[in-house]
Design a protein around this ligand. Structure first.
Ligand code: SF4
Length: 458
């Protein structure tokens, strides 16, 4: 019997449009979980919804436009729209563009969103609703889950308005984080993606307070959390992959590298360096930029040779000269990062960087963007080519239909690939019974600048 969602007569239905980053997706999941506990059902399309929630992103001006467009579409298609998320901080702009919205709430204002839903689509609680077990709602596939460990940020990077939107760092209790992780893994998660604005700062605001967990005290600290997460086991007894995102290279990051070498953590670090030139980093007011990063990358690779480093960089930041940009390119040649995302500097309303002198002309930004992409793609292609012939663990995301020869293809990711932002591993020879979330050994036969191709090892 398939488990179709249980809907009761008169049960109100909520539609959800979730925009923005993985952190926003986690917020959407939390809101939906809470609404389900309050007796709501969910609509798959606009027509079936009593009210539509739009979880917006307000980080870049282009994201704001996308958010306004999504609100407009929801109003046109359904008419009853509640707006939440990062752009919710700009209620006036939203109401000016879309006077028909029912309510606007900001990021992480779960209570307010739920209250707005109660007002505009009052729950019709039948006698049974409270007795129905309510599993958490997940918008990501069941085999991977984002785990948010804190909100907000204590830094003041010149191009960023997150601290203004989301406030200062507010870490979750360590026992709450570990309990959620344990529940997710018990429910089928095979890969945990740890997210925040600044993962290495986890617990600073609560003085790394300890909480009892499984008979011992565990500190709210990135290293202790990583060790505990590395000890989790799936119902089949396997270790889930645990991937750290948004890590700044503070000195204590060195302590998690041995955990990767031991297999407790996935050998992957997502460190948003944003630039390499000390002058530009200072103008950007980036945290932890004094660290001798190249030396540390070298020592991390000595401890854990398979570690994959992902990063992102901004080109054309105000004050970036040709010399600064060349410094960045030379640094990238030395650093040999595995995955790199590049962005052209774009002013964000309210960010300090907008007022900096020496703004870079758009044409120069384009030209530098093309050059950084050329360098990073070449490095990525060489790094992936070096994997040809190796057998690597691959987590399966999707299994296809048999082709005319009966061969089944599968798409997965190696430990060096986070979902949605990195590359994929395309596999031949998948067994028909292979489920998403399975971790298989795959022999790599070919590579391009982003992806790997291979066959499931016998
Ligand atoms: S570390 Fe900088 S870029 Fe990241 S959220 Fe904080 S202020 Fe923004």
């Amino acid at each position: 019997m398939t488990s179709a969602p249980l809907t009761l007569p008169d049960q109100k239905r909520i539609g959800m449009v979730s925009l923005g980053c993985p952190k926003a997706l986690v917020d959407s999941e939390r809101i939906l979980t809470r609404l389900r506990a309050d007796g709501y059902a969910f609509a798959e399309d606009y027509a079936g919804a009593d009210v539509v929630l739009v979880n917006t992103c307000g980080f870049l001006d282009s994201a704001k436009e996308e958010s306004l467009a999504a609100i407009g579409e929801a109003i046109a298609e359904n008419g009853r729209v509640i707006v939440t998320g990062c752009m919710g901080e700009e209620a006036d702009a939203i109401r000016a563009a879309h006077p028909a919205v029912l309510a606007v709430t900001g990021a992480h204002q779960y209570e307010q969103v739920v209250e707005a839903v109660h007002i505009h689509a009052p729950p019709s609680q039948g006698p049974f609703v409270d007795l129905i077990p309510q599993p958490d709602i997940k918008l990501t596939p069941r085999h991977y889950s984002y785990l948010k460990i804190s909100e907000g940020c204590n830094h003041s990077c010149a191009f960023c308005i997150i601290p203004a939107l989301r406030g200062k760092l507010a870490s979750r209790r360590i026992d709450a984080v570990l309990r959620e992780a344990e529940k997710l893994v018990a429910a089928g998660t095979r890969e945990l993606l740890i997210i925040s604005q600044d993962t290495s700062a986890y617990g600073v605001d609560i003085r790394h307070e300890s909480r009892p967990w499984k008979g011992q005290d565990v500190r709210a600290h990135m290293t202790d959390m990583a060790r505990e997460l590395g000890g989790l086991r799936t119902p089949e007894g396997a270790a889930p992959w645990v991937r750290l995102h948004y890590v700044y290279p503070y000195p204590h990051v060195d302590q998690v590298i041995p955990l990767m070498a031991e297999g407790l953590l996935t050998p992957y670090l997502d460190i948003p360096f944003q630039h390499a030139s000390p002058k530009v980093l200072k103008l950007m007011r980036r945290p932890a930029n004094e660290a001798k990063v190249l030396e540390r990358l070298k020592s991390w690779r000595e401890i854990c040779p398979d570690i994959a480093i992902r990063s992102s960089f901004v080109v054309g930041f105000p004050g970036e000269t040709e010399d600064d940009f060349r410094y960045l390119l030379d640094w990238l040649e030395e650093a040999q990062l595995d995955r790199v995302g590049a962005f052209r500097f774009e002013p964000v309303e309210g960010a300090a960087a907008n007022a900096l002198p020496d703004q870079v002309a758009e044409g120069v930004k384009e030209e530098r963007y093309a050059r950084i992409m050329e360098v990073t793609e070449r490095i990525s292609a060489a790094k992936l080519a070096a994997k040809v012939g190796r057998t690597l663990p691959v987590i399966i995301d999707e299994v296809g239909e048999p082709d005319e020869d009966g061969d089944i293809g599968a798409t997965g990711r190696s430990q060096a690939d986070a979902p949605e932002i990195d590359g994929a591993v395309y596999l031949r020879g998948a067994p028909a019974t292979l489920p998403p979330g399975a971790i298989v050994n795959a022999t790599i036969e070919d590579a391009d600048a982003h992806d790997l191709f291979g066959v499931i090892a016998p």
